[in-house]
Design a protein around this ligand. Structure first.
Ligand code: PGA
Ligand code: MG
Length: 233
């Protein structure tokens, strides 16, 4: 673990986790889906690294970025159509190649047992999010699950965090966002929440440069780091 502890960081009443790149390593599935879509337009596949760099701002942004990187940028109706074509493909690639991020199960279970209210706020669509969380056995421990299409404005807007916290009945000032990208920091700041970033997810900018209150090497560092704040208080 490294990074600076901001003044707003304290042991939280609620933790809102990001999904892709934070709880699960879904890039292999998302990459497979995007490559299947590109193949329908006779375009060659993207690498896993390319796919990783396009995740975090929702499926529509992923589709837009994928076609641009393939030398066939789409706009307007053509982009809308590609986005519609992506939906059934994406739904078939949710849990085939996706794995848990290190410590995800243990850390969620730890904070659940510790009495911290837990939620997920992701830019992944709601139905897909539920399916992934169900597959990995998270749903019983989560009091709020908010997908990107469950709100008007996805992260970095604060809407999904506000909705999750409303369901958990916890104020933003008492809650912590845990994520992997600039969208998570932006959303947390806009919501008035503290934010911890975990290395190893999907971000083009190094996590230490994104202005989080703390950066962890792994989710597994989180319990010690947060309980340390409690004993220091
Ligand atoms: O971009 C997506 O579809 C999902 O990304 P997130 O879970 O990191 O918010
Ligand atoms: Mg993410």
């Amino acid at each position: 673990m490294s990074g600076e502890t901001g003044t707003s960081l304290a042991f939280p009443k609620a933790i809102i986790f990001d999904l892709d790149g934070t709880l699960v390593d879904s890039a292999p599935d998302i990459g497979a889906a995007v490559n299947e879509l590109l193949a329908t337009r006779h375009l060659p596949p993207l690498s896993l690294a390319q796919a990783k760099s396009m995740i975090g701002h929702g499926v529509k942004k992923l589709v837009e970025r994928a076609f641009s990187a393939s030398g066939m940028p789409l706009y307007g109706g053509a982009l809308e159509q590609a986005n519609r074509d992506m939906a059934p493909i994406y739904r078939r690639h949710l849990t085939k190649l996706t794995t848990l991020m290190p410590g995800a199960k243990e850390v969620v279970a730890h904070f659940h047992v510790a009495g911290v209210a837990l939620g997920v706020a992701t830019n992944k669509p709601q139905l897909a999010t539920r399916e992934v969380l169900l597959h990995f056995g998270f749903t019983d421990q989560l009091g709020a699950i908010v997908g990107g299409d469950a709100v008007s404005h996805q992260k970095p807007a604060p809407d999904s965090l506000f909705l999750a916290l409303e369901r958990l009945r916890v104020e933003p000032a008492d809650a912590l966002m845990v994520g992997d990208s600039s969208a998570d920091v932006g959303a947390a700041r806009a919501a008035g929440m503290a934010v911890v970033l975990v290395r190893g997810g999907y971000t083009q900018v190094p996590v230490e440069e994104l202005g989080a209150d703390m950066v962890c090497d792994s989710l597994l560092d989180l319990p010690t780091a947060l309980h340390g704040l409690r004993s220091a208080a």
